[in-house]
Write a protein that binds this ligand. Structure first.
Ligand code: COA
Length: 401
């Protein structure tokens, strides 16, 4: 792994190319009619005000990490790289498995990405664009070569299912991209990241460190459940999408006419249409799939990107924009020159090595659990414990599969 210090002055700059992508959504689908059976709403209202028809909801056995892991594996498959090649794993999420350890660390472990750093990033629905920018900057400075950026959410776990103002809007899912250093011009060209904490009360999920926990605030918020001022968020979103895309286009040194596709955060069909009017562009330039997934927060942009690539809407050499907005308030736009071929010729050997890496990661985790139990039971000097520790060290050492 090169470090910034290894880069010679005047060396050819690295570009951060998106070379793999993947997505995962839970199997269970909840339609608007399903929702209407337990909350006072109806299909007609939800469709006409938001464009949403249905959303995917995580089962008891699914979580932010399991969905993120599946999306990550699909992205590694697509890029045809090994987990061991990853230098960094970032998970953008508002519904992490824990405050710590990070969901990124859990996924890093389950992949067997034993040479990667990992952290979660909290920027609500803008998180994926923030994460891709962090990873691409690290690549461009030469600090790392390969990064995995995941947007993953189980929004269903932070919904108040009696609150029709919010529960009809959100869904669960995950999307991921692999970024890699390359010397050819392209990849992430520009990014505009913004925040206005003055709007913090418009959209949020209070949690453990909050003054709300102490019952100090009489604001009607419920711990670990989402609250939202829909109309104010609507106005904010329609304003910042257009503004930040124009800024990112300018920074990338291109014109709006050169943009072939915009992959926006999927919150509301009417927000996207208003943004298109503001930018005076054809609304079909925007990718929309929120009718099938609802708002999956940080996962929505990578899921929409995956579907756009899979349906042939993204072509080599074309410029596209990502734009996210959400709690914080935060918002972010990014211009990418698409540099990935339509498909990669995967090598059988690498596919097998990836599978082996996942199996090895499971073994490593199981051995760790067993050796801890034996340790607790017999104490530190037990021979069985020492043998297990030796076996674990051997498995840990297998990192060049
Ligand atoms: N089903 C039926 N009626 C509903 C409803 C639902 N799920 N939710 C709200 N209503 C009712 C309201 O109670 C209100 O009734 P009233 O007129 O009798 O008081 C009426 O519908 C209109 O409510 P309003 O909030 O003005 O609707 P709206 O057209 O502004 O749409 C949102 C509401 C939430 C869809 C819209 O404001 C929005 O999309 N905001 C942005 C939200 C967002 O994207 N958040 C995430 C950002 S990352």
């Amino acid at each position: 792994m090169p470090t910034a210090g290894n880069r010679k002055a005047g060396a050819t700059p690295f570009y951060a190319h998106i070379v793999g992508w993947g997505m995962a959504v839970p199997e269970t689908v909840m339609t608007n009619d399903d929702l209407a059976t337990f909350v006072d709403t109806n299909d007609d209202w939800i469709r006409s005000r938001t464009g949403i028809r249905e959303r995917h909801i995580a089962s008891e056995r699914e979580s932010t990490a399991t969905l993120g892991l599946k999306a990550a594996q699909a992205a590694l498959e697509c890029a045809d790289i090994l987990p061991i090649e990853l230098d960094l794993v970032i998970v953008a999420t508002s519904t992490p498995e824990n405050i710590f350890p990070s969901t990124a660390s859990l996924i890093q472990d389950r992949l067997g990405a034993t040479r990667a750093g990992a952290f979660d990033l909290s920027a609500a629905c803008s998180g994926f664009v923030y994460g891709v920018n962090m990873a691409s900057q690290a690549i461009r400075t030469g600090s790392i070569q390969t990064a995995l950026v995941i947007g993953a959410e189980t929004m269903s776990r932070v919904m108040n299912w009696q609150d029709r103002n919010t529960c009809v809007l959100f869904g669960d899912g995950a999307g991921a991209v692999v970024l890699r250093a390359g010397e050819d011009e392209g990849g992430v060209l520009s990014a505009v990241l913004r925040s206005d904490g003055g709007g913090a009360d418009l959209l949020g999920i209070p949690t453990i460190g909050s003054v709300d926990t102490l019952g100090m605030l009489d604001n009607g918020h419920t711990m670990h459940k989402m609250h939202m001022n829909g109309s104010e968020v609507f106005k904010f979103a329609t304003r910042v999408i257009g503004e930040s895309i124009l800024q990112a286009v300018d920074l990338a040194g291109i014109t709006m006419n050169e943009l072939r596709l915009i992959v926006p955060h999927q919150a509301n069909e009417r927000i996207i249409q208003a943004a298109a009017r503001h930018l005076k562009i054809d609304p079909t330039l925007f990718v929309t799939n929120l009718d099938r997934y609802g708002n999956t927060s940080a996962a929505s942009i990578p899921i929409a990107l995956c579907e756009a690539v899979q349906t042939g809407r993204v072509k080599m050499g074309e410029h596209l924009a990502f734009v996210g907005f959400g709690g914080g308030l935060t918002w972010a736009s990014m211009i990418v020159k698409w540099s990935a071929p339509q498909s990669v010729d995967q090598t059988l050997l690498k596919r097998q090595r990836r599978q082996f890496s996942y199996t090895l990661a499971r073994w490593r985790a199981a051995l760790r659990r067993i050796s801890r139990r034996i340790n607790d039971f017999f104490g530190a000097l037990n021979p069985a414990r020492r043998r297990l520790a030796r076996l674990r060290r051997k498995i840990d050492a297998i990192d060049t599969i």
